[in-house]
Ligand binder design. Structure first.
Ligand code: UGA
Length: 433
């Protein structure tokens, strides 16, 4: 298949490289010339495990190119829209500027029989509106939400756990074209749900709302655990043995962040309000509040372990990315805590294996170093905020010789309290005694 991918962010770049790997001819388009220049040289503009190798091998086939000129989509039959839908600055709603601009830009280049495939996360009702616009050119529209996780994006794209096609009931060719695109995954038995636009759009936000709710549920239990001396980690293990509940996404700690979960639950609430069903999603407000309260609690714990107030105290921050194996700091709980502590007058020294540069761009006022050893030197307290493997494996004895005071707050419940206490550390965590 000849494919175009509009938008070369985390989603679009991985999609373009993986589609090439699956045997298709792909052009990736983005308005950001600097990004396209890097990609054309085979270099991803962000950190994603496995992507550099995938990009190199895809470029070597000669079937993948990157362009800024939208006319380069001509000749492709299937056009994926993979641009961002961030939260608007002044409301909970999603900003559809980039999606609308992408569709408008592509329409003059479409031929009858082409298929435009929306992958971006959009408020329900968007696909029906865009289908009208696309139809003018004789092409049609499908909505095919994406469920990839950063850090596992290549694997999730090559071997998704399900495929969802939102198509119009009279559009028989859309399903056939998507089947051709995803032939490899389908042959491997990937489940496929063919449905209408509204359901496809809702599947995506419902999935993210469920995941956010699961995380906030366990973080609410962490709040109760903190008031009672219970241990939320053991509680999660115990309830997680019930297959109906499941242990995954029950890790209590600093909560969720990133470019998806926070803005998706807010966008979902905003859309529900427009539809007059805001009551149905009022629980998501609480999900959001529980999540944000964890960041406040972390700041309070930091103050507690340094003896009352953080002003003038040297605080080492280990981890800035919103999760491990990513350099993404969009709505990162870790970076948020670092910034709040800085505002309170703490001398913050932060590090992350991949997210120092992305953090510096947002918060140049904080001090950044490249290793945990440098970060903790002379520290009054250490905060572990993103559970990178190299931080989980830190040696409490060796680290203890570098700090001013052996005090650590484990924001991700990823360290062994017994080992750290044995090495003389004052160990505190969210939701654990
Ligand atoms: C999320 C979804 O998991 C994907 O399925 C979806 O495709 C994607 O959003 C999207 O909409 O594009 P992602 O943002 O990459 O993926 O990150 P997650 O793995 O979901 O983690 C989100 C946040 O939740 C992270 O900050 C993580 O630290 C936190 N988290 C996760 C917890 O606090 N506890 C957990 O048990 C799990």
């Amino acid at each position: 298949m000849k494919i175009s991918v509009i938008g070369c962010g985390y989603l679009g770049t991985v999609h373009a490289a993986c589609m090439t790997e699956l045997g298709h001819d792909v052009v990736g388009i983005d308005v950001d010339a600097a990004k396209i220049e890097l990609l054309a040289a085979g270099r991803p503009p962000f950190f994603e495990p496995g992507l550099p190798e995938m990009l190199t091998s895809a470029m070597a086939t000669g079937r993948l190119s990157f362009r800024t000129d939208i006319a380069a989509v001509e000749g492709a039959q299937v056009h994926f829209i993979a641009v961002g839908t961030p939260q608007l600055g002044d409301s909970f709603a999603a900003d559809l500027t980039f999606v609308d601009a992408a569709v408008e830009a592509i329409v003059p280049h479409l031929r009858p029989g082409d298929l435009v495939v929306g992958k971006s996360t959009v408020p329900v009702g968007t696909a029906a509106r865009l289908a009208e616009v696309v139809r003018e050119s004789g092409a049609s529209l499908a909505w095919n939400p994406e469920f990839l996780r950063e850090g596992f994006a290549v694997k999730d794209t090559l071997a998704p756990d399900r495929l969802v096609y939102g198509i119009e009931s009279d559009d028989s060719s859309a399903e056939a074209l998507l089947d051709a695109v995803y032939a490899t995954a389908l042959a491997a038995g990937t489940p496929k749900v063919v449905t209408d636009f509204a359901t496809a759009e809702l599947v995506k936000v419902a999935a993210n709302a469920f995941l956010a709710t699961k995380i906030s549920f366990i973080n609410a239990m962490a709040e109760v655990a903190e008031a009672t001396g219970a241990d939320v980690t053991q509680l999660a293990d115990a309830i997680g043995y019930d297959a109906r509940i499941g242990r995954r996404f029950l890790n209590a700690g600093l909560g969720f962040g990133g470019g998806c979960l926070p803005k998706d639950i807010r966008g979902f609430m905003a859309r529900a309000e427009e539809l007059g069903v805001d009551q149905a999603l009022s629980f998501l407000r609480e999900v959001d509040s529980i999540n944000l309260r964890r960041r406040e609690r972390m700041v309070d714990l930091a103050a507690e372990v340094v003896g009352g107030a953080v002003a003038g105290k040297r605080i080492a921050i280990l981890g800035l990315a919103f999760k491990p194996d990513s350099d993404d700091v969009r709505d990162s709980p870790a970076l948020d805590v670092a910034q709040r502590l800085g505002e309170l007058g703490a001398l913050v020294v932060a590090t992350d294996p991949e997210a120092v540069e992305t953090s510096r761009r947002r918060h140049p006022e904080l001090a950044y170093v490249s290793s945990p050893e440098e970060a903790v030197r002379g520290a009054d307290a250490v905060l572990l905020l993103t559970e990178w493997k190299q931080y989980r494996e830190l040696d409490p004895g060796a680290l203890g010789s570098l700090v001013a005071h052996r005090a650590i707050v484990d924001g991700r419940n990823c360290l062994d309290p017994v080992a750290w206490r044995k090495a003389g550390w004052h160990y505190r965590a969210l939701g654990r005694p």
